[in-house]
Design a protein around this ligand. Structure first.
Ligand code: GLN
Length: 292
């Protein structure tokens, strides 16, 4: 299954983060350690998103304007004054074949990066639009896992959450379709008229994970979400580790080096990470906890 990674901290070279460590994300594409019944290598493309301060973005890509993934024209997308804006690079070829990783991406620096390498789920297309990160507004997202019976499951989940148009999905995959549902809810939670603090990105992830599992109990849902300042992640079946210091924070499917400060997370958790801050909450219901 796919592997993903997010970084928050002092400005770092975007490309270097893909090759950092003896067990870098790039190495994990052909030699992952923990696939947990989800394929053997991650050779179906990769992607990386990074955030720039709004004042560093080109003039025609101002704060709050969607760089990729389609400006919606929805005033709620531009009403919030954003500190950062996101862009990305993706390729459907194996990460080890792309010279941009060493020749171009190291020239970009950012305080926030979210990256993924892909092992396409059987039956899903291998194309650039299917490669995470998926972006919308200031959000970037990756899904490591699979949703059995995803077309029916996500049609029903979408109906539960305000019926977003699933035709907006960039690719006919479970992950791209799940992102349409999620970014609709995140944009709504961001809107100035929504009561502050009532719906957080963490509660959005929790509710959507539970709604998917209610219809597709075997779903594997390691989600990774960033807005340039905070990272939210879930563990549901696949591995995830965090390395949090006062200066920086990394969340990764597999540690990229043998730093003793890496902490591996239990299954079925929701984590919220910033430099110097880590919170972990269970995603299980009381019944599940009692039964396990
Ligand atoms: N199901 C998703 C896809 O096919 C994610 C795959 C994965 O985690 N390996 O893109």
């Amino acid at each position: 299954m796919c592997r993903h990674l997010a970084y928050l901290g002092p400005p770092t070279a975007v490309g270097e983060l893909l090759t950092r460590g003896t067990h870098s994300l790039r190495t994990q594409s052909w030699a992952p350690r923990e696939m947990r019944d989800g394929g053997t290598i991650n050779a179906d493309g990769f992607g990386v998103a990074w955030w720039l301060p709004a004042d560093a973005a080109p003039a025609d890509h101002g704060a709050g304007v969607t760089w990729h993934g389609g400006a919606t024209g929805d005033p709620r997308d531009t009403a919030v004054d954003r500190a950062a804006t996101v862009s990305r690079y993706r390729n459907a070829a194996p990460i080890w074949t792309d010279p941009a990783v060493e020749e171009v991406l190291p020239q970009l620096r950012s305080t926030a990066v979210l990256a993924a390498i892909r092992s396409a789920t059987v039956g899903m297309p291998v194309e650039r639009g299917a490669c995470a990160p998926f972006t919308h507004g200031h959000w970037a997202f990756s899904h490591n896992g699979a949703i059995p019976d995803w077309r029916r499951t996500l049609t029903d989940v979408a109906a539960q959450f305000g019926a977003p148009s699933l035709l907006e999905a960039e690719s006919l995959t479970d992950s791209a379709t799940l992102w349409v549902i999620l970014h609709g809810l995140l944009t709504r939670a961001d809107a100035p008229e929504s009561a502050a603090g009532e719906t957080t990105p963490g509660t959005v992830l929790r509710e959507v994970v539970r709604a998917v599992l209610a219809r597709s109990p075997q779903a594997r849902l390691n989600l990774l979400l960033g807005d340039g300042e905070t990272v939210w992640a879930t563990t549901w079946h696949h591995s995830l580790a965090v390395l949090v210091t006062d200066e920086f924070a990394v969340v990764a499917s597999e540690p990229y080096d043998d730093d003793a400060r890496w902490r591996s997370l239990a299954d079925r958790q929701l984590v919220v990470v910033r430099p110097g801050s880590l919170t972990v909450e269970s995603l299980e219901t009381d019944d599940e906890r009692a039964g396990s």
